[in-house]
Write a protein that binds this ligand. Structure first.
Ligand SMILES: [Zn+2]
Ligand SMILES: [Zn+2]
Length: 275
């Protein structure tokens, strides 16, 4: 059973009228949006390492339902689905994912969208499809391949155990790509990954973020996101101990080579890695 509850004391509220205002050279926008918690399990001490894949699959469907529902509101431009495990200074709590819907596009997403679009304008190909083709051919940074998904350590990983999960088939939005076939595959892959992290890597804290297309219904400018269906490719990013990331002048410094991490994760997950 999975439940959704609005967050008490939210930053963003659906009831707010959207107002954009200039404050001299600055911009102000009302916090119209939504803050919700998706309660993943009735068991207080469940984690993604202990929850069964069927239960996790229900959570994945709930992600889809919340995205579809919130995207009907054309004032909402972007929705972040994220999940934290073991945040320093926060005592262990009931397992939940967080939904944050806002009237602007999140910074990280905006940068990703721009880079994907520029790559597409130049090459006429999806950046992520190209990345997948190359990584699957080279294999040294691949953690696991299933029929529909690839789990890999990104070439420029921000922290030692960063991993991404990408659908192997092009798709710009998670909510369109989740099907009766892909959902159980994804939940099994996530379960195996987090069980391995808990068992063989000392159960580190992590943050998961689902990167899916923003709300195209909120298009403001003519031609905005014109090629997004072809240039953007949804994916999941998992960053372990983000608070320990070492940054110098905005650049991430990570001394563990991604190939080494991928090999360790491959061994920890064990079984048939899909090759
Ligand atoms: Zn693609
Ligand atoms: Zn991303």
């Amino acid at each position: 059973m999975v439940r959704v509850v609005p967050e008490r004391d939210p930053y963003f509220r659906i009831e707010d009228e959207l107002v954009r205002e200039g404050v001299g050279m600055f911009d102000m926008i009302t916090p119209r949006g939504a803050s919700e918690l998706i309660v993943e399990s009735p068991r207080h001490d469940d984690t993604l390492a202990t929850i069964d894949p069927e239960q996790l699959e229900d959570v994945l469907w709930m992600y889809r339902d919340r995205l579809l529902d919130l995207k009907r509101d054309s004032q909402i431009r972007d929705i972040l689905l994220s999940r934290r495990h073991k945040k320093p200074g926060v005592s262990p709590h009931h397992p939940y994912s967080r939904v944050t819907a806002i009237p602007i596009v999140f910074d990280e997403k905006r940068r990703e969208l721009r880079e994907a679009r520029e790559y597409y304008q130049y090459k006429r190909r999806c950046l992520y499809c190209d990345l997948l083709r190359q990584e699957v051919a080279v294999r040294e940074r691949v953690v696991r391949l299933t029929k529909s998904f690839a789990c890999l350590v990104p070439y420029a990983a921000r922290t030692p155990l960063e991993a991404w999960i990408l659908p192997r088939r092009h798709g710009w939005s998670y909510e369109d790509a989740l099907t009766a076939e892909t959902a159980p595959e994804l939940s099994t892959l996530l379960s195996q990954f987090f069980a391995a992290l808990a068992r063989d890597f000392g159960d580190p804290g992590y943050e998961i973020v689902l990167h899916t297309a923003p709300n195209v219904r909120s298009r403001i400018l003519l031609g905005e996101w014109a090629t997004i269906r072809d240039d953007y490719h949804w994916h999941i990013e998992i960053v372990t101990q983000p608070e320990a990331a070492n940054r110098v002048g905005g650049i991430f410094v990570n001394e563990v080579p991604p190939e080494e991490t991928a090999l360790k994760l491959r061994e920890a997950i064990g079984g048939d890695s899909g090759f």
